[in-house]
Design a protein around this ligand. Structure first.
Ligand code: NAP
Length: 240
């Protein structure tokens, strides 16, 4: 059993891949557990990968089988999130709003991370000292929404924020030294942002490795105070 496991879920994300590399440099002796819907080569003897179809049954089963790692993890990071597919992309106007698009995004952006938190939460105790990070987005901020558009992505990430905020209140009672973080990476070069990179101002499109370093620094510096932080890549708080 490892006392400082690093658990990465949605490990095939561009940002997650860079985060994994960063963690291997910073903590080569930590047990690394990765989960993805696809296969991944073993990086070293301290790495175990699991494939998962993100059904509730598989998530709970997998959480049970890695429970000793969950209990003593130093970080659990959930990267799952989608924005577009061949059929749908962010809405520009109300007429674009579509039941199937929102349903699809809610599954990946809200329900899947929350099912992981359900599975993980069962194995955390007051002895656990981990930072649980969820990849959120600034566009989930209700206060910050001045541009409009992007109804479904905004709503699915705002729902994630509310659900994690709610869970953090419960976790403070059963695992008081665990910390939830809702993290906005900034616009980062990845398949998710690819179709929307043209309008990004010069210097504002981040590399996954830069974001991975920022996230790693922020995780290391978090105070385990039972509160949830909604922060950007600089560590600045975002209004809810
Ligand atoms: N890139 C940006 O500019 C940006 C900005 C704000 C927020 N974010 C957030 O950052 C996170 C990582 O995104 P990325 O930019 O690295 O994009 P990406 O490379 O396209 O990663 C996509 C992520 O979604 C997961 N995923 C794909 N299909 C799924 C499904 N059917 N069910 C559940 N999960 C599924 C993947 O997990 P597998 O490993 O299982 O494939 C992977 O973790 C997302 O939550 C995104 O919303 C990104």
């Amino acid at each position: 059993m490892s006392k400082d496991s690093v658990i990465v879920i949605g490990a095939n994300s561009a940002i997650a891949q860079a985060f994994i590399q960063e963690q291997r440099v910073r903590s080569p002796n930590s047990q690394l557990i990765t989960v993805s819907q696809s296969a991944m080569s073993q990086l070293d003897n301290n790495h175990t990968h699991f494939e998962c179809d993100y059904s509730e049954a598989q998530i709970l089963l997998l959480a049970e089988s890695i429970k000793s790692h969950i209990r003593f993890a130093k970080s659990i990071s959930i990267f799952n999130g989608q924005l577009h597919n061949e059929q749908f992309g962010p809405e520009k106007r109300l007429e674009d709003f579509n039941e199937h698009y929102l349903t699809w995004l809610l599954k990946t952006n809200t329900i899947t991370p929350m099912l992981w938190l359900k599975g993980i939460g069962q194995h955390l105790t007051h002895q656990s000292t981990c930072v649980i990070t969820f990849l959120s987005a600034r566009v989930a901020s209700i206060d910050d929404n001045v541009l409009g558009g992007w109804y479904s992505y905004r709503a699915s990430k705002a729902a994630l924020n509310m659900a994690v905020k709610t869970a953090s209140i419960e976790l403070a009672r059963r695992a008081k030294r665990c910390k939830c973080v809702l993290f906005h990476p900034g616009t980062t070069d990845s398949p998710l942002s690819k179709p929307f990179q043209n309008n990004v101002p010069e210097g504002k499109l981040f590399s996954p490795s830069f974001v991975a370093q920022q996230l790693s620094n922020l995780i290391e510096s978090r105070e385990h105070n039972g509160l949830v932080d909604y922060i950007d890549w600089q560590g600045n708080s975002i209004n809810w």
